[in-house]
Write a protein that binds this ligand. Structure first.
Ligand SMILES: Nc1ncnc2c1ncn2[C@@H]1O[C@H](COP(=O)(O)OP(=O)(O)OP(=O)(O)O)[C@@H](O)[C@H]1O
Ligand SMILES: [Mg+2]
Length: 568
């Protein structure tokens, strides 16, 4: 062997070893490539040296075209340009999924000569990448004609196979990531949903606890207010009282009346206010309140009434419903310091638009809408909570909406609030449709023969003696008992009361139970229950009832009504 042959052999072995080493490094790098960009970067950085070429180009298919994405060449080729897929060699190689070798670009009929003429390229090899479909191609170009070195082609093809695997991995990884992201967002959505449900449950529990607490406090307060108002009433009717005493008693009575209103709102929120649910004609109620509402709104706010014709009656407590509407209208007024309009509308509501908390059925939906300042999300979330107010302690008790909400729930309906800051507020009050037509109420006739004995039963000594004093001021004889049992014993011992006035919630026998028993055993004895509790309507719906606290006039009317019942 000639020394020069030996030299050539040595050089080509060295080159081949270098290219193999380059290929191995590239394959290693491709093994950890996670994206198409990374794969292309590795190809661009190594393909030219591996192929021993004067230039390489990386081509991606793009909408029927071949996009010459990037290149590494001795002088510029076509980087950034696009050619129709079926008229360029890269397109053909990708379509046929096999390497195309062109020893002389200027004589090969497949080559678009015009594109090659200005370049150094005289021979080339185009290797597709991707399996089964080609997703890219790498072209190697030489400035001399002739068949490229088969080793170079083999190395280039090995590089292409490694890139194919890397691309497949990248694709799998991307879909795994997509899956992961989709799973993560589903988990996040579920968690949020769960948290929302838990928050609603927490809120409901909180309201229930506050409700119970408020209800108990309000109930005790009522018990205290009853003798206070009774005693004041007695003082006010005393002829011997001096002007000074009368003035003070009047001031005290005004405060007691305000306290009574506050307690009523608390009881309403706690869903424990005594209600007298009857069929209520909403049109009549709204038009009846019109003047009051207009004067409450003031001159700068217009009131619009839009009541659907022939609306069935709602099952509600007329008086409490009026208070609720007044509360909502006053809230609307406060939300429109610059003026605006309030629309009260009412319609039949059933089916899809009724709140999901309500059992399916027929409802009347009363809406109070304003175009005032509205509520942001924070205020909206707390608006119904008792004592939540944005009006300052001296202007708002924060019990208005709590009362309306409690009333709606107690009547078997619901309250909904829709509000956006800056746009206005709409409050919907859902009430069940009443089963019967509006009843014509007859006024209680006064009984001026206040003679006979009244048995007053209450376990609270202060309340009992207060009530007893008020009754005896009416002219009756009064006998007191601390429990239903004690009252019944007195009757068994020969007491013959004209009227039994009893508290409802007492240890042992309740007032309602006593009333039912007396009705059977002594049908001529009138019974009247004094109570701050709801629910008696259901236990003893036709027993005359007086809500705590009350004034002398209410007491007189109720005793008369109870006596009338047994006289009938
Ligand atoms: N129509 C409304 N527009 C804007 N905000 C309202 C409206 N109604 C109620 N709010 C907000 O909800 C809060 C609570 O209302 P709620 O009626 O319970 O109490 P209040 O009006 O503040 O006090 P009170 O009713 O004792 O006068 C209000 O302070 C106000 O921030
Ligand atoms: Mg209010």
């Amino acid at each position: 062997m000639r020394p020069s042959d030996k030299d050539d052999d040595f050089t080509s072995h060295r080159m081949s070893a270098e290219r193999w080493s380059l290929l191995t490094t590239a394959i290693e790098k491709l093994g950890s490539a996670r994206t198409l960009d990374k794969v292309i970067e590795i190809l661009r950085g190594t393909a030219r040296r591996i192929a021993g070429a004067d230039g390489i180009a990386i081509v991606l298919p793009d909408n029927g075209q071949c996009h010459y994405l990037t290149e590494d060449a001795m002088s510029p080729l076509w980087a950034g340009l696009r050619f129709p897929q079926n008229s360029c060699i890269s397109g053909m190689a990708m379509q046929q999924r096999e390497t195309i070798i062109i020893p002389d670009v200027m004589v090969d009929p497949r080559v678009p000569h015009a594109a090659y003429e200005p370049t150094f390229v005289r021979s080339m090899a185009m290797v597709p990448i991707g399996s089964p479909d080609s997703v890219a191609a790498v072209g190697a170009y030489w400035s001399v004609t002739g068949d490229p070195d088969p080793n170079a082609i083999a190395l280039l093809e090995a590089l292409s196979r490694a890139a194919t695997t890397a691309l497949e991995n990248a694709r799998l990884l991307a879909s795994l990531e997509d899956l992961n992201n989709a799973l993560e967002s589903r988990v996040a959505a579920r968690t949020a949903e769960l948290e929302r449900t838990q928050e609603i449950a927490r809120q409901a529990q909180k309201m229930e606890v506050i409700g119970k607490l408020t209800g108990n406090v309000a109930h005790d307060f009522n018990n205290l207010l009853t003798p206070i108002m009774g005693s004041l009433d007695l003082l006010l009717t005393r002829r011997t009282a001096t002007d000074n005493v009368l003035r003070s008693a009047n001031v005290a009575m005004d405060a007691a009346e305000r306290a009574k209103l506050l307690v009523q709102r608390l009881l309403a929120f706690a869903r424990r206010q005594p209600l007298v649910p009857k069929p209520v004609d909403i049109a009549q109620l709204a038009f009846g309140m019109k003047d009051l509402l207009i004067s409450s709104l003031g001159a700068r706010i217009a009131l619009l009434l839009d009541i659907a014709p022939s609306l069935p009656s709602a099952r509600a407590d007329q008086h409490q419903l009026e208070l609720a509407l007044l509360n909502l209208v006053v809230n609307a007024r406060d939300a429109m310091p610059e003026g605006g309009s309030v629309t009260i509308s009412a319609r039949s509501g059933r089916g899809h638009d009724q709140p999901t908390t309500l059992p399916l059925g027929d409802y009347i939906c009363i809406s109070v809408r304003d175009d005032g300042v509205g509520m942001d999300e924070v205020v909206l979330a707390q608006a119904v909570e008792p004592f939540f107010t944005t009006k300052g302690a001296e202007h708002g008790t924060g019990l208005g909406l709590s009362m309306v909400d409690g009333l709606a729930a107690q009547l078997g309906g619901a309250l909904q609030i829709f509000s956006t800051a800056g746009t206005g507020t709409e409050i919907l009050l859902w009430l069940p449709v009443a089963p019967q037509p509006v009843a014509v109420a007859g006024g209680p006739s006064a009984d001026d023969e206040n003679k006979g004995t009244i048995l007053v039963i209450d376990d609270e000594p202060v309340v009992r003696s207060g009530t007893a004093e008020m009754i005896s001021a009416l002219g009756y004889d009064v006998v007191q008992a601390a429990s239903a049992r004690e009252g019944l014993d007195l009757i068994d011992d020969g007491l013959d009361p004209t009227v039994v006035v009893t508290d409802h919630v007492m240890p042992g026998m309740t007032g309602a139970e006593l009333a039912l028993r007396l009705r059977v055993e002594r049908p001529r004895t009138a019974v009247m229950i004094i109570s701050g509790y709801q629910g008696i309507d259901l236990i003893a719906p036709d027993v005359v009832r007086l809500s705590k606290p009350f004034r002398q006039v209410h007491l007189t009317a109720s005793i008369a009504a109870a006596r009338q019942q047994v006289a009938a």
